[in-house]
Design a protein. Structure first.
Length: 1065
């Protein structure tokens, strides 16, 4: 399949280096130090807890303003302008007295404070005369980039010209721009004198897109379709096909489930109670992504879906059930209240705290939990803001009216279900009544028949004892029955007295069971919702202690998320809805398109999952401790575009994936640059995207790729989680080895699947803001020794052996085929006669039909012409007469001395048994052994053979063909004249059907399956040398297993362990 797209028309643009630059995010070195920008953040982190952040001032010293510090407290002025060393503040900090905690001020920050004091201790602006209690948000904090409104920046001005891509090299420094995304990225590159790498090859692109959007490799048919499409928009159409794949939702749901902290268990200690209905939330996310549900609706449903469904919740249609399922997001964290007993309050409050952490990291991009006990030390999040957020969720997460997991279930039973259940119960009861009467009749008849066997004077007494309730029987009655056990007739032994009656009752019971199975099963969903009429008052907890509630706090958004004085304050109760309406109001506010935080956080995460790195490399923390954006204007443009395009995630994917940035090669060779310009030195971590990053597959994609290669992947969507368990080695594995996609595996907090966690799948203590991508020795050991990897390697090898086309890359493989003479070609499988007079085989004819596991006369048995004669790996069946003896023939590849070991076994008592003979071509009969219902040793210690001489293992019937199946496995060892072992064969391991593709062809086919590309001749040479060494070693070790199959399995395992399999470029 040759590369395409050489003639596509594309944009070639020149962008002035000075035409686009981001506003500075930090003070420059030459800028004068100010209190607000430089010093206050240090004091806030280390000092304001005692000196301005609380209700009381330690030593009457307030450090919230520069003039307060100059004024000082009980010990005098804290600072003396122009005298850093002589200032009491500096002295106390340096001595370690301040702060009193173990966390001390770093030396470089102390030096900065000293420089500020030495420069005059200036403030950036005039300070107020007084402040209200607590730490206010300063203008400098408000000026931080993340808290500014999202600006719909225009893409950098482009001087563009449409040219043919073949002309690209004619204009040094030219760069391809396919979407506005490219203009933003290229502008930053041009500032550094860089531009994009060349476009990746088509095969690389389709592999990249397939794994990115579906987590699965492209199929041969998909690759062929893409390569055969010569249209200018072939790539765009290919992207669209994968966006429409049902596997898209499975792949991208996994990203959101990480952020949501999805787990199928509560995490309540070692018990780790299972969540039987949580899988419905996972399926909801998959369906939402596949349907391209607008992301604003997606988020609103998860935060407040219950407030969108009118009460009462009965006869719910699917779209309303979806909204209730979505609310599982709010209670997805660890739930220590799942276990009964104990102090409920601490566990319930921890659930609330984890819920707010998940909301903060997934949507707000801030570590809001750091303000639970005090004002955030780094970001402008007062403690009151944390409790404002808590007040939004507290009506549904009220520790005072807490509901444990089992109390949050909502039945999906409809009126129609109940009506049908009632009808089914009535019909089943009618059948049961009829059954009971019939059974009673049969039991009475059996009893009366049995009583006739006893003396007439005992029958009434026995009948009375039998019919008496067991707990009401007298001692005499008990003894009477104990002495005559045949009278103790129960329903379970009725068949011993009346088989026909028992059979009739069994059929009737099956009818009853079948009828009861028609009863609709009651299903449930786990819902986060409010208790009707209960709207709790939220209190700020002093130092985060739920046992010390202080002032009441109303619901609302964070102060910093809106211009000063415009913070969202939500009404205590929305009169238009049955609930408080708080979560719904908050969710709609977040997804209004005007919130400064949410859009940036969401598109940053999408970019991260496409490129393996993000604009902000701390996707759960955009605050002061997070990283600064590499491309702030592009981040804002994408956030604005996402909202303007109706929050369509698929449109956002398409916008990013059709860009030149995304379509670059990962090799990182940038042409048309001066020799003095080395991109690796200028941008070593590729934060400017001058090439596409090479990425290792995530754990789930790696496991799924192995299952695709082995041919075992079960693509069934949705449904309950696939259970996991501990294996004999202490590894957590998939129960019953079910080959479903990894997204459907059970996520147990205390039992994460060992293979997945080894490759960095998260353990959900709360949620996963970003996965790591590590490389370590444990991963290599897992690929070498893990039972799952070994099994998939074997199944992969078996698939390759059976499915490689006989003409597959025959010309490429031909030079290597001679290096692998078929070892098991020494064996042939047929039938014939034994000449009693000559003591030799009289005739040998190959058996004509192979079933896949046995050679025989035809597809059906007995064959009209050849009868019952069969040969398989373990043995076979003798023919109908002496003319059709089963013959397994071995041919010596060279001269030498042969030793034969084996056992002939006949297992049945029926018939007259079989007879086994070993017959050499020259020496004739070497041994003869009859066997009937026994096992006999068939050893031949020594016989000389010439090259090409045959030894036949002949099994015939002794006259009666009945039950003439047999087992006869033999070892054949060939030694030279000096007695040194030359080679050995084992009849079971060497058993084979008709020959198909050669071993080199199988290698080439395995390569294509594993890597989605043809093998090169150099790769084939290396692989064949590896196989040859493996086969030689196995044969020299006398291993009875098929050495070629074992070696091919090892090769498949090596493919699984290779960088090309583990990574996508």
């Amino acid at each position: 399949m040759p590369p395409r797209f050489a003639s596509l028309s594309i944009l070639c643009v020149a962008i002035p280096i000075t035409g686009f630059c981001a506003a500075p995010l930090f003070a420059t070195e030459a800028a004068p130090l100010t209190f607000e920008r430089d010093v206050r953040p240090i004091l806030k982190t280390y000092c304001l807890d005692c000196h301005g952040g609380g209700e009381k001032l330690s030593g009457n010293l307030d450090l919230r303003l520069a003039r307060f510090a100059l004024k000082g407290g009980d010990g005098g002025p804290a600072i003396v302008a122009h005298d850093g060393a002589g200032s009491l503040l500096v002295e106390r900090i340096k001595s370690g007295e301040m702060p009193p905690t173990e966390k001390k001020v770093p030396a470089e920050k102390i030096a900065l404070i000293e420089r500020w004091i030495a420069a005059g201790a200036a403030a950036a602006r005039s300070e107020p005369e007084q402040l209200s209690p607590g730490i206010d948000i300063t203008p400098d904090e408000r000026a931080y980039w993340f808290y500014q409104p999202i600006k719909p920046h225009e893409p950098p001005h482009l001087a563009s010209t449409v040219i043919n891509s073949a002309q690209r090299a004619l204009e040094p420094g030219a760069a391809l721009v396919r979407t506005p995304v490219d203009a933003f990225v290229l502008a930053r590159l041009r500032e550094k004198g860089l531009h994009f790498a060349r476009e990746a090859e088509p095969l690389t692109l389709i592999r990249r897109v397939a794994f990115d959007l579906t987590g699965l490799p492209p199929s041969p048919a998909e690759i062929e379709e893409f390569f055969q499409d010569t249209a200018a928009d072939a790539y765009e159409k290919m992207v669209d096909r994968y966006l429409q794949s049902p596997h898209y939702g499975e792949r991208w749901a996994r990203h959101w489930l990480d952020v949501a902290g999805y787990a199928d268990s509560e995490g309540n200690g070692n018990e780790d109670t299972l969540r039987p209905y949580t899988y419905k939330f996972r399926d909801y996310v998959i369906r939402s992504f596949n349907a391209d549900k607008p992301f604003d609706q997606f988020v609103i449903e998860q935060l407040a879906g219950d407030e969108l469904v009118p009460q009462p919740w009965s006869n719910l249609p699917p779209e309303q059930i979806e909204k209730l399922i979505a609310t599982g997001f709010v209670r997805m964290g660890v739930d220590g209240t799942a276990t009964g007993g104990g102090d409920l309050a601490p566990a319930a409050n921890q659930v609330v705290a984890d819920a707010l952490k998940i909301v903060g990291s997934s949507l707000l991009g801030l570590t809001v939990g750091c303000a639970q006990c005090h004002d955030h030390k780094y970001d402008p999040i007062p403690q009151a803001d944390y409790f404002r957020l808590r007040a939004v969720f507290e009506p549904a997460l009220d520790p005072a009216h807490w509901r444990r997991p089992g109390q949050r279930l909502v039945s999906l039973y409809t009126d129609a279900d109940r009506a049908k259940a009632t009808a089914v119960d009535a019909e089943a009861q009618a059948l049961q009544t009829e059954f009971n009467a019939k059974q009673s009749k049969f039991m009475t008849a059996a009893l009366e028949k049995e009583l006739e066997k006893h003396p007439a004077d005992l029958r009434d007494k026995l009948r009375e004892a039998y019919n008496a309730p067991a707990d009401k029987r007298t001692d005499e009655q008990k003894k009477l029955l104990a002495d005559r056990p045949s009278v103790n007739i129960s329903t379970g032994v009725l068949y011993q007295y009346n088989q026909a009656a028992a059979d009739e009752l069994k059929k009737d019971q099956e009818k009853i069971n079948s009828k009861r199975a028609e009863k609709p099963v009651e299903d449930f969903v786990s819902v986060t919702n409010e208790i009707a009429g209960s709207v709790p008052v939220t209190h700020l907890f002093h130092r985060g202690d739920h046992r010390d509630p202080r002032q009441a706090v109303g619901p609302g958004d964070m102060t910093i998320a809106a211009p000063e004085g415009q913070r969202l304050n939500i009404p205590e109760k929305d009169p238009n809805v049955a609930t408080s309406g708080r979560r719904l109001a908050f969710a709609r506010h977040l997804m209004s398109g005007r919130h400064p935080l949410v859009g940036r956080v969401l598109v940053n995460r999408v970019w991260l999952n496409h490129f393996g790195r993000a604009f902000v490399e701390t996707p759960g923390d955009f605050g002061m401790l997070g990283t600064r954006p590499t491309h702030p204007e592009l981040l804002d443009w994408l956030a604005d575009e996402f909202a303007r395009q109706n929050w369509s995630l698929k449109r956002l994917h398409r916008l990013i994936m059709t860009s030149a940035v995304y379509r670059q090669s990962s090799v990182g060779q940038v042409s048309n640059l001066p020799e003095s310009v080395d991109p690796r030195r200028i941008d070593s971590d590729n934060s400017l995207y001058w090439h596409f990053p090479l990425r290792r597959l995530e754990a789930e994609a790696l496991r799924d790729r192995m299952l695709v290669a082995s041919g075992r992947l079960d693509r069934t969507p949705f449904g309950p989680a696939i259970a996991v368990e501990d294996d004999f080695a202490g590894q957590v594995v998939i129960k019953d080895d079910k080959p479903r996609r990894s997204v459907y595996l059970q996520v147990r907090r205390t039992k994460p699947v060992s293979f997945l966690t080894t490759f960095d799948a998260p353990v959900m203590t709360v949620n996963c803001e970003r996965r790591t991508s590590s490389t370590g020795a444990v991963q290599s050991l897992m690929l070498m020794n893990n039972e799952q990897v070994l099994k998939e390697s074997g199944v992969f090898a078996q698939r390759v052996r059976t499915q490689t086309p006989t003409n597959y890359l025959a010309d490429l493989a031909a030079p290597f085929t001679a290096k692998f003479p078929r070892h098991n070609a020494a064996w042939q499988f047929g039938y014939g006669t034994y000449d009693e007079a000559a003591k030799k085989v009289g005739r040998f004819d190959p058996l004509p039909h192979f079933t896949g596991s046995a050679w025989q006369g035809g597809a059906a048995l007995p064959d009209p012409g050849l009868g019952w004669v069969i040969l398989h790996a373990a043995g076979g069946h003798a023919g109908n007469d002496q003319q059709h003896a089963a013959i397994r023939r071995w041919t010596a590849p060279r001269a030498g001395v042969v030793a034969i070991a084996g056992k002939l076994k006949h297992g049945s008592e029926n018939g007259d048994g079989v007879r086994g003979r070993i017959v050499a071509g020259r020496a004739g009969l070497l041994g003869e052994w009859p066997a009937k219902a026994r096992e006999v040793d068939t050893a031949v210690p020594c016989v000389e053979v010439e090259a090409g001489e045959t030894i036949d293992f002949v099994t015939d019937c002794l006259g009666d063909v009945t039950s003439d199946s047999f087992e006869w496995a033999v070892d054949v060892k060939l030694a030279d004249a000096a007695g040194a072992l030359v080679d050995n064969w084992h009849s079971s391991a060497d058993f084979h059907g008709p020959y198909g593709a050669s071993l080199p062809q199988q290698v080439a086919f395995a390569w294509t399956i594993a890597y989605e590309r043809p093998i090169t001749i150099d790769e084939l040479d290396i692989a064949c040398r590896f196989l040859a060494e493996q086969i030689a070693h196995l044969r020299s070790a006398g291993d009875k297993a098929d050495p070629e199959m074992t070696a091919l399995t090892s090769l498949c395992q090596q493919l699984f362990s290779s960088n090309e399999f583990l990574h996508v470029d």
